[in-house]
Design a protein around this ligand. Sequence first.
Ligand SMILES: Cc1cc2nc3c(=O)[nH]c(=O)nc-3n(C[C@H](O)[C@H](O)[C@H](O)COP(=O)(O)OP(=O)(O)OC[C@H]3O[C@@H](n4cnc5c(N)ncnc54)[C@H](O)[C@@H]3O)c2cc1C
Length: 358
Amino acid sequence: MTQDFIIIGAGIAGLSAASALSDLGRVLVLEAESHPAHHASGRSAALYEPRYGLPPVVELSLASGPAFRAQPGILSDRGLMIVAGADQRAAFERDLAGFQLEEITTETARAVVPILNPESVAFAGLADHAWDIDTDLLIQTHIRRLRAAGGQLMTGARVGAIRHAGGLWRVTTPQGDHAAPVLINAAGAWVDAVAALAGVAPLGFTPLRRSMARIPAPGGLDVARWPMIFGCGESWYAKPDAGALIVSPAEEDPLPPQDAWADDMVLAEGLARYEAMVTEPVKRLVANWAGLRTFAPDRVPVIGPDPHVPGFFWLAGQGGYGFQTSPAAAGLVADLLAGRSLAIGADLAARLSPARFG
Ligand SMILES: Cc1cc2nc3c(=O)[nH]c(=O)nc-3n(C[C@H](O)[C@H](O)[C@H](O)COP(=O)(O)OP(=O)(O)OC[C@H]3O[C@@H](n4cnc5c(N)ncnc54)[C@H](O)[C@@H]3O)c2cc1C
């Protein structure tokens, strides 16, 4: 059956777009894996910190706030703290300004996070404008909305061939062939590979690995109300997660698109940077994993129709902000495809458009 929209990829990008497009026509989401959110979208830190990233990302994240808040249960209070050593004052001031944090004394910081090491933490800043995102609830809400509107999510449906004929994109998967006039490329780390399958010029995306370790609550403390803690200059971060702490080396190591896993050495070095700022050593890991944060050459998401190939639509390069930008990004997809006025404004839409690459 011919669809109105085919979306390749059932991560947060593809599913939020599917849900936003449900009102406009018949939507089919094709996902290679056996379940949605298997790759980057199943491995995130699940934070909404709207001041994180380059200016267009910040604008998109801020524009996403109202939609998050409109659905009870999606956001819960977290807060953000940045800590720095005595030799990091300049970098710390950049973080203070960028994240709009209030500088606090190290004593105040230790009252909030008692494991901070008074011998190594010289500066600290705090803000309450960061929230946990219930990413599972968000994903399930989009899938429910898609299905309620008669749309379909097909898993185990890796798109292996794409051709354009008779005004339709015709895609081949192990689950059969499908056709639609509009093809939306939301394939995460694989967006350039999907473009190449369609005969569309790749834009030069780079997947960057980021690893994560889950460790038991340090010192057996109740970490539930601790803020997310960043080492100055994003040199590591730690965040409470279901009674434990997740700690990331915050690395950005380029890799080809793949099912990523944590690198032991990178993890050990990142945990050492975290340990240098706290009083409790890491005694064991409960789990570890990694995901790919995929960036365009200018580190700004790419959302819009390909300027050279009609009907081919990019929803790509969400980097480390794919969840927190998803409501406004999906809204932009729907606004552009409906041909209506753009809720985020034409200026921001132009800065996100693939047309910027010529
Ligand atoms: C460690 C880590 C921490 C992060 N923390 C945060 C955070 O706190 N807040 C935040 O907002 N973001 C965060 N991010 C970023 C966020 O997770 C990503 O930006 C987002 O998940 C990207 O979503 P996506 O849908 O584009 O990609 P993905 O989730 O990777 O989805 C793409 C899908 O496309 C499918 N696919 C690929 N090729 C094909 C094909 N040929 N046919 C069919 N299907 C195909 C893949 O199987 C995959 O499921 C983090 C990421 C990582 C790795």
